[in-house]
Design a protein around this ligand. Structure first.
Ligand code: ADP
Length: 317
């Protein structure tokens, strides 16, 4: 988000500074002539291309987390299935931009599917009639390939994803982002915010170690004017299926997400319990909402979905 280019010299004044290309720190920088001519400060043409491409997408929602492993991808897939099954006339897309660990093809049961490129762009894979998915996982030779990519290549792929997928008309696009505030995370937020983001849904677990990173993530959103639709506390409780005893597997020593939301004045969307059958459904690529419609996790998810839909509808009025 900064106007200091990657690999810039230590005291780079930034591309928007009047001293760009002229400061003593610029001597010897390979971008010196570009900065001095003002060309480095021109808006990235991809911003307009992405804006155009996503103009038929009503609500663009980022799914964020501070740390990996808190259930961001799981929650994205649940929200995708939930929004699509809640109203069959609504079209939902999932963009798996978690470039270092694209798990949506497996979780949504479309692992190994081929994506096709036509004159109008990449066609996403249809999970159901009204739920489509585009993932870096479809383009990789091996699932381990992306891990070794460096920043610029990942950023290029995110740009390509956002600008070249032919989604058609969508009511919701859920973007499963890489965790934290990595380069590719910043790219996704930067491009999408220019294309009109509805907001971000933030996923966390209750312990303070997860909340610490989530606070930073929320502050980052506030800094770059991305509205927070709300926070989902995942794996908050475990209810034993045999004896119904409730256990806090991940204890909320500092009040968990509810207290953090109060402190940071952001909405709490709800809490999802830990359910081993949910993890199993994800591993097998089965739709948990259909398989266990009466489970506490699905009931909690439904309440969360209503809040998200209400927020989205109120922003589009
Ligand atoms: P992230 O995307 O944040 O890295 P994942 O969505 O991949 O995290 O989840 C990590 C692991 O936790 C997965 O094995 C997933 O199935 C499991 N998991 C996530 N949420 C739950 C839950 N509420 N109950 C049981 N297992 C869960």
């Amino acid at each position: 988000m900064s106007n200091v280019p990657e690999n810039a010299p230590q005291h780079c004044p930034g591309t928007q500074s009047q001293d760009a290309g002229k400061a003593s720190a610029c001597a010897g920088c390979p971008n010196q002539n570009l900065c001095a001519s003002g060309a480095a400060n021109l808006p990235d043409p991809a911003i307009d291309i992405i804006k155009n491409r996503l103009s038929n997408v009503k609500h663009k929602i980022l799914i964020l987390s501070g740390k990996g492993g808190v259930g961001k991808s799981t929650v994205t897939s649940l929200l995708g299935h939930g929004l699509a099954s809640r109203n069959p006339d609504v079209n939902v897309g999932i963009l798996d931009a978690d470039i270092c660990g694209p798990s949506q093809p497996r979780v949504l049961g479309v692992n190994g599917e081929q994506v096709h490129n036509s004159g109008s762009g990449w066609s996403p894979v249809y999970v159901t009639d009204n739920l489509s998915l585009m993932s870096i996982g479809f383009l990789l030779g091996s699932p381990d390939d992306a891990v070794i990519w460096r920043g610029p290549k990942k950023n290029g792929m995110i740009k390509q994803f956002l600008s070249e997928v032919d989604w058609g008309e969508l009511d919701y696009l859920l973007v499963d982002t890489p965790p934290g505030t990595s380069d590719e995370h910043l790219s996704a937020v930067q491009y999408l915010s220019k294309a009109g983001l509805t907001g971000a849904v933030v996923v966390t677990t209750p312990p303070e170690v997860a909340l610490l990173d989530v606070r930073k993530e929320i502050q980052f959103c506030q800094k770059v004017n991305v509205p927070i639709i709300g926070v989902i506390e995942n794996m908050s409780l475990f209810v034993c299926p045999n004896c119904q005893t409730r256990s806090e597997i991940f204890p909320a020593t500092t009040g968990g997400a509810p207290q953090m939301c109060t402190e940071m004045q952001v909405p709490l969307l709800g809490s999802l319990p830990l359910d081993p059958l949910l993890a199993r459904c994800c591993d097998d690529g089965r739709d948990f909402l259909q398989e266990l419609p009466n489970s506490p996790a699905v009931q909690a998810l439904k309440a969360i979905l209503e809040k998200i839909v209400t927020t989205c509808e109120s922003t589009s009025q």
